[in-house]
Design a protein around this ligand. Structure first.
Ligand SMILES: *Cc1c(COP(=O)(O)O)cnc(C)c1O
Length: 428
């Protein structure tokens, strides 16, 4: 496959932006290749500037559940844009999207729109700290909640006391307020809360971890988080930036039957435009400025064009429950087919799936936490990725990312992908 135009563009971009990109994973550093520069996308297919066509399983990292350039979403964006791109003043579309989200997710009694998932989680953390008057937060290894200081922290040596920055530029003094536990570790959660539960402002968790491949939470894990936070007056923040309206129309909290204090959204609620949101308990949200003393603001927040894209996307999803069934069934077929092809070639894999999120791990053992994910053979993944790309299959360029199937993927797309997997594994 020829990528000569992408190569020229990437060489130039590298002189202009760090690594040539505006978000690190796009640089293809893990797989040692030039990222295709994208010209356009429609439905389940994406086209690069060299004229190559791919079946897309990235979906802009999650938002494009309807597929790319969906007609209803494009029409809503075009109609709204005619009236102006931004006012920095209230507009009715904000309330329309707020009402729709709140009707689908009953734990959200009041909501605030922001511009990204990072902003949503950063603001939810501040809300938890401001509401409880406490500083410590708890997160889980392998979960990603955006790039704000308090959330770029990994476990230190002494689990209960010392978090360590996972990025330069994050003050070590701040790191000591973020405690990191192992995902799905119920005993670890109970032990921590027994010791210092009354110092904890909140726990933030991905209800299905989607940033270490795909790792579903055990029900008893989420229940323990719910019980322990309640018992100790801390807040449970469920980060549904990826899972929200992806794993089901009532999000992961609907699937698991849990009621968080705060929820963060992003990705799908913007339908491909930059939108995030956080919301939850009324008594907490009433502490946000201008009602209360927890400050948070945004010049472009609630932007009309972005609201229109999100609203049109969400309305399509509400109107077509079969989209979820189709995407989930296609994900199942895809993962089973890839696992079969790998097995026939003598390559051990484990697969995880929730709804239309899935992951093929190059490891034999079942994957339930970050330590399990780390057993994956990354070089095997890299060769698999490159083989698939060469055969027109556009996957995320990392073992630690999910495969996203959209409602626009067809049986033919899945069959072609499985053919590509067979011929890729044959030569790995
Ligand atoms: C993508 C993601 C974020 C960050 O959202 P951005 O829009 O990239 O800032 C936060 N949390 C989770 C679970 C995510 O998947």
């Amino acid at each position: 496959m020829n990528h000569s135009v992408s190569e020229i563009l990437f060489a130039e971009a590298k002189t202009l932006m760090p690594g040539g990109v505006n978000s690190p994973v796009r640089a293809y550093g893990n797989v040692g290749a030039t990222p295709p520069f994208i010209a356009r996308a429609k439905g389940s297919h994406i086209f690069d500037v060299d004229g190559n066509e791919y079946i897309d399983y990235v979906g802009s990292w999650g938002p494009m559940l309807l597929g790319h350039a969906h007609d209803a979403v494009l029409a809503a964006v075009a109609d709204t844009a005619k009236n102006g791109l931004s006012f920095g003043a209230p507009c009715g579309l904000e309330s329309e999207l707020a009402k729709l989200v709140m009707s689908l997710v009953p734990s959200v009694e009041m909501i605030r729109m922001v511009n990204s998932g990072t902003e949503a989680t950063m603001s939810a953390i501040r809300a938890a700290r401001g509401f409880t008057g406490r500083d410590k937060i708890v997160k889980f290894e392998g979960c990603y909640h955006g790039h704000s200081d308090s959330l770029l922290i990994k476990a230190g040596s002494g689990m209960l006391t010392t978090g360590k920055p996972s990025s330069k530029g994050v003050p070590a003094d701040l790191a000591k307020y973020t405690l990191t536990l192992q995902y799905n570790d119920v005993a670890g959660v109970k032990e921590l809360f027994d010791k210092i539960g009354d110092e904890i402002a909140g726990v933030i968790v991905e209800p299905v971890a989607g940033n270490m491949g795909v790792v579903p939470a055990k029900l008893e894990f989420l229940q323990a988080l719910s019980e322990e936070t309640k018992k100790h007056g801390a807040l449970l923040i469920v980060d549904e930036v990826m899972t929200g309206f992806r794993v089901g129309i009532h999000c992961a909290q609907g699937l698991y039957g849990i009621k968080p204090d705060l929820t963060t959204f992003g990705k799908i609620i913007g339908g491909g435009m930059p939108v995030g949101a956080y919301g939850g308990r009324l008594d907490v949200m009433q502490q946000i400025a201008p009602l209360g003393g927890i400050y948070q603001a945004g010049t472009l927040s609630g932007n009309p064009v972005a609201m229109a894209a999100g609203l049109a996307t969400m309305r399509e999803l509400v109107a077509h429950p079969e989209y979820y069934e189709r995407a989930e069934a296609n994900t199942k077929k895809l993962l089973a087919g890839i696992a079969d092809a790998a097995k026939s070639a003598g390559i051990p894999v484990a697969t995880n799936q929730v709804g239309s999120m899935g992951c093929v791990f190059f490891t034999e053992t079942p994957v339930q936490c970050f330590a399990d994910v780390q057993k994956s053979d990354l070089d095997l993944f890299r060769r698999y990725f490159l083989g698939m790309l060469d055969r027109g299959i556009y996957l995320a360029p990392s073992q630690f990312e999910a495969v996203f199937v959209s409602a626009a993927h067809t049986d033919e797309d899945i069959d072609r992908t499985l053919e590509a997997a067979k011929s890729t594994f044959a030569i790995l």
